[in-house]
Write a protein that binds this ligand. Structure first.
Ligand code: CTP
Length: 403
């Protein structure tokens, strides 16, 4: 399973700047977005289907009546799928059509059907751009909430110099990302997150593990990265995939490996969130060869693993925030408070076991966030991605109080 940062539909219209849009597709893909491209017939005079499909890794859509595709109301499906629609380059024609509600091809139809933020990067000859009707249409689009990414001045493909050159792909990508992801309260902060289970070897083929999927930790990593943090994700074995460029993933298997990796980086971190389900015990003497079955019983001797949360709690500075997780079956709040103080954490996230749909192996969760001053913030039952944002918002508040 892959965590995708968001869905972007890129609309390409017929201008020479369309070649630069190939870089824009590449940038969004590199930054972890899924990209689908819709091009007008005129755009296809400037770029090729092969380039677009290879870069976006999705089929290109041009024709509103594309009979080769499985039946789907394509313009509605794409409009619903998109988290953002970016038209680059945007010709005077598409600007005029969108401003006046004309829908006579796939792209102009999607524009009218979509509810997500729309970005337009105009590109045209300087005289066309300055023409009062074009300027009026751009103003109409601004008024209806469309984000206009203004063209730059410089040398134009038609040979003249003036304002009309499409903004550079890097700047377009940055503006779209900023708008989609909102403020970045963790910009410049380093966040370490542990996730998943640990596997403790019994012999070369067997291990003691647990049912943690890692989803809560991965959702936290994604949310922290989206808030601008530089994330180190130390994870036990899971099928999850990360795509955000700000997440540095460190794979481990055992509690000891997780401990070593965390201790290596903890000193440089601003925030540390221990969401991994670390084994409390590990086989004392893992067998070097596969254990053969015998008639009698098999007894495994287990020794205690190092408690990573408590170890970091012992060395952490006042300007570092340490967050632990707890899963209790009785005296939940009391036990969570004990854990909070004993391990010198700034917050404990208590998983609710009483609610269906919360805890291990579920896509949803419900938690109680208990802070050092013993205040409790209760969440609703919601997706782990939303819970992750709630947890990080509380952490941001603690962070504000520290600085
Ligand atoms: N934890 C850790 N290292 C361990 C065990 C746990 O860092 N070796 C962290 C978990 O990631 C979690 C928190 O400690 O953030 C709570 O773990 P839990 O196993 O519930 O707590 P314990 O201290 O083991 O207490 P108990 O077993 O009594 O519930």
């Amino acid at each position: 399973m892959e965590t995708v940062r968001g869905h972007i539909v890129i609309g390409i219209t017929g201008g020479i700047a369309a070649y630069k849009t190939m870089t824009l597709i590449r940038l969004f893909k590199k930054n972890g977005y899924e990209v689908k491209v819709v091009a007008t017939a005129h755009a296809m005079e400037f770029v090729t289907r092969t380039t677009i499909e290879t870069l976006s890794q999705n089929p290109l859509c041009v024709d509103i009546f594309d009979h080769g595709k499985p039946y789907d109301v394509q313009h509605i499906a794409l409009a619903d799928w998109a988290d953002a629609l970016v038209v680059a380059p945007a010709t005077a024609n598409i600007i005029g059509k969108y401003a006046h509600g004309i829908a006579d091809d796939l792209l102009s139809t999607i524009l009218l059907a979509c509810q997500c933020p729309v970005f337009m990067a105009p590109a045209m000859n300087d005289k066309m751009y300055a023409e009062p009707t074009v300027q009026h249409n751009i103003e109409l689009l601004r008024q209806k909430g469309c984000h206009i990414i203004s063209p730059q001045s410089g040398f134009l493909a038609c040979g003249s110099e003036g304002t009309g050159r499409m903004e550079e792909p890097e700047a377009i990508a940055e503006q779209v990302t900023k708008t989609l992801e909102g403020p970045q309260p963790l910009k410049g902060r380093k966040v370490m997150i542990t996730a998943g289970p640990t596997y403790e070897p019994i012999d070369p083929v067997r291990f003691i593990g647990n049912r943690s999927s890692g989803l809560m930790g991965f959702s936290l990593a994604e949310a922290a990265a989206n808030m601008g943090a530089e994330v180190t994700l130390v994870t036990g074995p899971t099928n999850l995939v990360t795509s955000h460029p700000n997440i540095h993933r460190v794979n481990v298997e055992t509690a000891e490996e997780m401990y070593q990796q965390c201790m290596c980086v903890q000193e440089t971190q601003d925030i540390m969130i221990m969401s991994a389900a670390v084994a409390d015990y590990t086989p004392a003497n893992p067998a070097p060869e596969k254990i053969k079955k015998t008639e009698g019983q098999l007894t495994l001797e287990l020794s205690k693993t190092k408690d990573i949360l408590a170890s970091i709690g012992k060395v952490k500075r006042h300007d570092q925030i340490l967050v632990g997780f707890a899963l209790e079956t009785e005296h939940e709040r009391e036990n969570a408070l004990k854990k909070l103080h004993n391990k010198n954490a700034d917050m404990i996230v208590l998983n609710s076991l009483r609610d269906k749909g919360a805890g291990f192996g579920t896509p949803t969760n419900k938690v109680f966030m208990i802070t050092k001053d013993e205040q409790t913030i209760e969440s609703d039952l919601k997706s782990k991605a939303e819970i992750a944002r709630d947890i990080l918002n509380v952490i941001c508040n603690i962070n504000k109080q520290l600085s």
